[in-house]
Design a protein around this ligand. Sequence first.
Ligand SMILES: Nc1ncnc2c1ncn2[C@@H]1O[C@H](COP(=O)(O)OP(=O)(O)OP(=O)(O)O)[C@@H](O)[C@H]1O
Ligand SMILES: [Mg+2]
Length: 147
Amino acid sequence: MFNKILIPVDGSQGAFEALKYAIEMHKANQAELIVLSVYREHAMWTSSVSWVNQERTASTEDAMKEFAKEVAEKSKQYALDEGVAKDKVRSFYIGGGPAREIVKSSEKHGVDLIILGSRGLSDSSKHLLGSVSHKVTSLAQCPVLVV
Ligand SMILES: Nc1ncnc2c1ncn2[C@@H]1O[C@H](COP(=O)(O)OP(=O)(O)OP(=O)(O)O)[C@@H](O)[C@H]1O
Ligand SMILES: [Mg+2]
């Protein structure tokens, strides 16, 4: 059985389905739930050319950080509302590349399962799997459940 589960959330319906799945698994054996939301940092997408408004990119990062914080906190609150005990659910939001940060966090927290959505916010029909779910299933050192 899995005792520590990481649920990466991006505010999408796919991630919400993954969260609901994780809560159901928690009910079976009181597994600890760790919710993680990753936002893209300024340095990862800002332009190096001076005619692009740097101030605006900085405020965009603030907005993305705020969004990630809200997604993480609301997901944790949803778990609490569904009956998960306070000491069994934690939430984090961090800046970086989503897939890499998800895999890094899974190792740092020693989780034994990652549950994520097959698609996220982009939901373009070009690929069956989103790039984050594709990368995480390829790079993770623990089992990954794609919902
Ligand atoms: N920034 C993120 N932080 C945390 N989890 C994420 C993040 N982005 C995606 N995920 C997780 O990965 C799952 C799949 O999302 P993914 O981003 O791969 O698909 P997509 O948005 O449809 O496609 P893409 O982003 O490749 O265009 C989501 O349901 C969520 O569980
Ligand atoms: Mg995405």
